[in-house]
Design a protein around this ligand. Structure first.
Ligand code: PLP
Length: 457
C-alpha cells in the first residue's frame, strides 16, 4: 500500500477520497468532479489546506472548536490518560476517575438541579438517550402512555434515527424511511421567513402557542416532552422573538411536560453564558451536550439530567441503555481539560462582554449591504438573511439557496468558511477569535457578498 501523507499531491488525495470515502451531507458526483478541500493543519481560528491556503474558520469546524485549534495540553492529557487507563466501561457498577471528575464538573456548571450526566459519544447519540429516557421516566411514574415528544420543523437534533426524527429537517426525513413513531413537530419561530405582517413579539407568542395546540390535539396525557435548541443552529441561526421561550416554558409547566434543551451548539459559551438555556431564560429538565464540551478535540456528548428524572428512573432498577464508549476515560479527561481552559481564560465572559458585543457591532454593520435583510447574533453565533427586497422580506426568484450557495462559494474563494442554509449566511467562529480576526472576517464576508451580488443584480 502507498504511504499517504500530507505530502501526497492534492489531486491524488482527492481521487482516493472520492473513490473510497463516503462524506456526510455531500453530493458524491460533485466530489468526483471538483474534489474535496483537503485540510492539513490548524492553529487558533486558522485552517491550512493542502494547497497552502490559510483559511479563516468562521464556523469553528462544525460549531465545536470553542477554544480554538492547536492546544497542546489537550493532546498531553489524552496521551497521559491513554497510558494510564485507555479504556474501561461504566456499565455494571464500575467507574473511573476521569468520568467521576467530569460528571461532577458538569453538575457544577449546569443550572438548577441538573446534576446527573449520562454520557454518549455525540449529540445524536445523546438525543437517542433522551428519547428513551423521557419515555422510561413516564413509565416509572406510572404514566406509560406519555410517549410523544414534540420537536420543531427546521430544528436539528442529529443524524441517528431518533436524532433525525426529533429534528425537523424534511430532507432528512425522506432519506431512510420517514420518522419513528411518537414524534410530532410544530413550526419554528422564524419571524423573517414566516412572520408576515405580524410584529416579532406577536409572532413569537403565536408560534409558542402552537405547542399548546399540538398538546391539546394529541392529548396532554400522551405527551412526554418538548425538545428545542435555545437558538436554532443548523436551521440557520434562527433567534426566536423575546416572547417565545417564556411562553414555551409556561406551556410545558402547565401540562407537566418535560423540557429538553438541545445545547449541542448553544452550550459551553457559544451564547455568552455557559448554556443557551440561561441566555433565553428557560429551565430544562434535560440538556443535550456535545461539541463545545471537548471543543471537538475528541468525540463526546451526553445528557445532563434533573435530580427528579435521575432519581425516579434510578429507583426502578437498571435503565437498559448505554454505549460502549459512554464516559470514555480519554474523552472525559480531554473534556475536563477543555473546561479547565475555558475557565482559566474566562472565555464565557469574553464572549458575553468583549468579543461578542464587538462582533455584534460589525455584524450589524453588514445590514447596509444591498442584499442583506435581517442580521441576527447571539454571543458568537450569527446569521444574515439575503433578500432582493428588505421591506417585503422577499426571497430571491432563483431556487431557494442559490444566492446563499453562491455567496458561500465566494467565501471559500476568499479563504473564509461561512456556511449557508438556504439564503441565510451563518457564522459561529471559535470563542477565542480576536478583534483583528473579527475585522478580517467582516472584510472577507463583505467582499464575498459584493461578488455574489454582482452575479445576481
Ligand atoms: N443537536 C444539535 C443542536 C446539533 O447542532 C447537532 C449537530 O450539529 C446535533 C444535535 C448532533 O450532534 P452530533 O453531530 O455530534 O451527533
Amino acid at each position: 500500500m502507498n504511504l499517504i501523507s500530507t505530502q501526497t499531491p492534492t489531486a491524488e488525495l482527492q481521487a482516493l477520497d472520492a473513490a473510497h470515502h463516503m462524506h456526510p451531507f455531500t453530493d458524491a458526483e460533485g466530489l468526483e468532479a471538483k474534489g474535496a478541500r483537503v485540510i492539513t493543519r490548524a492553529e487558533g481560528v486558522w485552517l491550512q489546506d493542502s494547497e497552502g491556503h490559510r483559511i479563516l474558520d468562521g464556523m469553528a469546524g462544525l460549531w465545536c472548536m470553542n477554544i480554538g485549534y492547536g492546544r497542546d495540553s489537550l493532546a498531553e492529557v489524552a496521551a497521559r490518560q491513554m497510558k494510564e487507563l485507555p479504556y474501561y466501561n461504566t456499565f455494571f457498577q464500575t467507574t473511573h476517575v476521569p468520568v467521576i471528575a467530569l460528571s461532577a464538573k458538569l453538575a457544577e456548571l449546569a443550572p438548577g438541579d441538573l446534576n446527573n450526566v449520562f454520557f454518549a459519544s455525540s449529540g445524536s447519540e445523546a438525543n437517542d438517550t433522551n428519547l428513551r429516557l423521557v419515555r422510561r421516566y413516564w413509565q416509572c411514574k406510572g404514566q406509560p402512555e406519555r410517549r410523544i415528544v414534540i420537536g420543531r420543523k427546521n430544528g436539528y437534533h442529529g443524524s441517528t434515527m431518533a436524532g433525525a426524527s426529533l429534528g425537523g429537517m424534511g430532507g432528512m426525513h425522506v432519506h431512510g424511511g420517514g420518522i419513528i413513531d411518537g414524534i410530532e413537530h410544530i413550526n419554528q419561530p422564524n419571524w423573517w421567513s414566516d412572520g408576515g405582517d405580524m410584529s416579532p413579539e406577536d409572532f413569537g407568542l403565536a408560534r409558542a402557542k402552537e405547542l399548546e395546540d399540538k398538546i391539546l390535539e394529541v392529548g396532554p396525557e400522551n405527551v412526554a416532552a418538548f425538545i428545542g435548541e435555545p437558538v436554532q443552529g443548523a436551521g440557520g441561526v434562527i433567534v426566536a422573538p423575546d416572547t417565545y421561550w417564556p411562553e414555551i416554558q409556561r406551556i410545558v409547566d402547565k401540562y407537566g411536560i418535560l423540557l429538553i434543551a438541545d445545547e449541542v451548539i448553544c452550550g459551553f459559551g457559544r451564547t455568552g453564558e455557559w448554556f443557551g438555556s440561561t441566555t433565553v431564560g428557560i429551565k430544562p429538565d434535560i440538556m443535550t451536550i456535545a461539541k463545545g464540551l471537548s471543543s471537538g478535540y475528541i468525540p463526546i456528548g451526553g445528557s445532563i439530567v434533573s435530580d427528579e428524572i435521575a432519581q425516579t428512573v434510578g429507583a426502578q432498577g437498571d435503565f437498559n441503555h448505554g454505549y460502549t464508549y459512554s464516559g470514555h476515560p480519554v474523552a472525559a479527561a480531554v473534556a475536563l481539560e477543555n473546561l479547565r481552559i475555558m475557565e482559566e481564560e474566562n472565555l464565557v465572559s469574553y464572549v458575553k462582554n468583549d468579543i461578542g458585543p464587538y462582533l455584534a457591532e460589525k455584524w450589524h454593520s453588514l445590514a447596509d449591504h444591498p442584499m442583506v435583510g435581517e442580521t441576527k447574533i447571539v454571543g458568537l453565533m450569527a446569521s444574515l438573511a439575503l433578500t432582493p427586497n428588505k421591506e417585503t422580506r422577499a426571497s430571491f426568484a432563483s431556487d431557494e439557496g442559490t444566492i446563499g450557495f453562491m455567496t458561500r462559494e465566494r467565501c471559500f474563494a476568499n479563504d473564509l468558511i461561512m456556511r449557508h442554509v438556504g439564503d441565510r449566511m451563518i457564522i459561529a467562529p471559535p470563542l477565542v477569535i480576536t478583534r483583528e480576526e473579527v475585522d478580517e472576517l467582516i472584510v472577507r464576508a463583505r467582499k464575498s457578498l459584493d461578488e455574489a451580488y454582482e452575479q445576481v443584480k
